[in-house]
Design a protein around this ligand. Structure first.
Ligand code: GLA
Length: 368
């Protein structure tokens, strides 16, 4: 299918990065909302949780829509933290089994905030912190925002003072790029991601089961009944996890595959064929036949958690005023594998003093 780069050249406004007050937390801490415009894409980011609140891109008829799920106010993000809509996830994306972190000759207890496991960095992970935000230097035609924060030694049980910098860039081509960096003063584990849920027909427009999905992964990590990897790595061939050729996300959701029953849908880590890379490489593609919008994901990371919004329950509405139901979005969380600290054969997530954690992911938008 022909792809047209975004957007039509005459519709591209000059790149800009602007900030506005966006309410306060209960303790009075002010929250800012930053707006990045470049290449025909407009992205809104909150200093609370580094949350990507909206990503507006055109469809094949040049009609703009916000293609990520979100909420309208900070109060709602605080009230409904569970879906982690658009959030910056850390210090450790996804689950650490048994909420205990073996590292060196010690085991660090972590908060168990998901059954027996520690999920997304604990009870108050990076998604629930206010980040220092500032416009950052960017290439000509691009707009960038730097979010930074020092996570103290012992925060949510993790050892080591972690200095974190996350740069969100809207490129001259209208792509959204995430660059994460971190350093530590003591051995720790780090795996950062963004938890955006896409719906290429616009948030609040209904299910994404018809979206076509391709993931360049021949294997996936098998989950235990509590959705943490068991350590087993299985072939996707002949299973509902085979997205090596594009097909509808929902094609096998009702297949009864035991792994899909555990998480009420897709909630697995895919082992990307390319492995860890120095530069972001293409790993996944989602497209909607209805709107013609397509998203290509590139990353330096070795893993990708596919999560089909299985636990998003219709108890609140998105900015469109429409309630979200399970399956109304899908998250493609680039990451090191969940629970790596317990599985030495998974790529290591350990960061030591003197080392520099770097991770980059790009969401490229096109129309077909
Ligand atoms: C990840 C997890 C899911 C769920 C979501 C957030 O994708 O794997 O099980 O916790 O985050 O709701």
């Amino acid at each position: 299918m022909a792809e047209t780069p975004l957007p039509p050249p005459d519709a591209v406004p000059a790149p800009s990065v602007t900030a506005e007050p966006f309410g306060k937390l209960a303790d009075g801490t002010p929250v800012e909302r930053w707006t990045l415009v470049a290449g025909g894409t407009r992205v809104r980011v909150l200093s609370y949780g580094g949350i990507v609140q909206s990503v507006e891109v055109p469809d094949r008829s040049c009609r703009y829509a916000n293609v990520v799920l979100g909420l309208a106010t900070v109060d709602e993000y605080v009230e409904h933290p569970d879906p982690y809509f658009g959030a910056l996830i850390g210090r450790y994306a996804n689950r650490i089994a048994g909420a205990s972190l073996p590292l060196g000759d010690r085991t660090y207890p972590l908060p168990a905030n998901d059954g027996p496991n520690c999920l997304h960095g604990g009870t108050r992970g990076f998604d629930k912190r206010v980040w220092a935000a500032a416009a950052a230097p960017a290439a000509p035609g691009a707009a960038a925002l730097l979010l930074s924060r020092t996570s103290p030694d012992g925060e949510e049980g993790f050892p080591g003072t972690l200095d974190v910098r996350a740069t969100y860039t809207v490129t001259a081509e209208g792509a959204l790029r995430f660059d994460y960096e971190a350093t530590t003063d003591a051995p720790t584990v780090v795996s950062l991601t963004n938890h955006s849920y896409v719906n290429l027909d616009g948030e609040g427009s209904g299910s994404v089961e018809d979206h076509r999905l391709r993931i360049a992964a021949s294997r996936f990590t098998v989950n235990s009944p509590t959705s943490a990897p068991t350590g087993e790595i299985a072939d996707v061939a002949g299973t509902p996890f085979d997205f090596r050729t594009a097909r509808p996300v929902g094609a096998e959701l009702r297949s009864g595959h035991p792994q899909l029953l555990i998480g009420l849908g897709y909630d697995q880590n895919f082992v990307l064929d390319k492995g860890v890379t120095a530069a972001p490489e293409p790993v996944a593609e989602v497209s909607s036949p209805a709107s013609g919008r397509a998203l290509r994901v590139l990353t330096t990371e070795p893993g990708l958690q596919l999560y089909t919004a299985n636990f998003v329950c219709p108890s609140f509405t998105g900015p469109s005023g429409r309630a979200y139901r399970p399956g109304d979005g899908l998250a493609l969380e680039t990451q090191h594998f969940a629970d790596s600290p317990h599985h030495p054969h998974f790529p290591s997530t350990v960061l030591r003093p003197g080392e520099h954690y770097r991770s980059a992911t790009v969401y490229e938008f096109t129309v077909r």
